[in-house]
Ligand binder design. Structure first.
Ligand SMILES: [Zn+2]
Length: 184
């Protein structure tokens, strides 16, 4: 979209530039001040279009503003030179193109960000030992087991209670406090 806007903007700039040269040249022969003003408006529109087209890839929102400015310039000069209505309308369409290009750019950016996020998530997951090892015996949420003898919390990897030295076997279920463990 932005490439299309770039090309169309440049092509139209050339067209408008040529017409402006003709209008300004003819009007200077006839010494028509109004036509000269319209020719000048056309020059400025063509200039704005070239700049806007040049910026549309990197800064589509700037191009949008420039195309709108060019359109206003065209409409302002259209009183004496009706062709500027057409050029002005074309400029508004190019402004719309720029906006679509901006949306497209934002969409691409979002897609890239999402890809990056996914890549980072995968990398983080691969770096996490839990993914590399076999599924744990206990739910991932439980990070501790409680000693069946004294109720002290111990890491799930511990084989003996760190507080009383009791062997931590399958009876020491995760997440149970001392009282519940005693009831079993
Ligand atoms: Zn213990």
């Amino acid at each position: 979209m932005r490439v299309a806007t770039l090309i169309i903007g440049l092509v139209l700039s050339v067209g408008l530039f040529i017409q402006s040269v003709l209008v300004a040249g003819l009007s200077s022969l006839g010494d028509d001040k109004q036509m000269q003003a319209s020719g000048a408006a056309g020059f400025w529109m063509a200039f704005l279009w070239v700049v806007a087209a040049a910026l549309v890839i990197a800064f589509p929102r700037v191009s949008l503003v420039l195309f709108v400015l060019a359109a206003l310039l065209g409409f302002a000069g259209a009183d004496h030179f009706p062709d500027l209505w057409i050029w002005g309308s074309g400029s508004l369409i190019l402004a719309l193109f720029s906006y679509l290009g901006y949306l497209g750019k934002r969409h691409e950016q979002a897609k890239q960000d999402a890809l990056l996020d996914t890549a980072n998530a995968v990398r983080a997951a691969l770096a996490t030992p839990a993914i590399r090892s076999t599924p744990p015996r206990i739910p991932a949420a439980a990070t501790q087991i409680y000693c069946s003898q004294c109720g002290a919390p111990n890491p799930t990897t511990a084989r003996f209670c760190s507080a009383c030295g009791e062997r931590l076997d399958a009876d020491a279920l995760p997440g149970l406090d001392a009282g519940q463990a005693d009831l079993r």
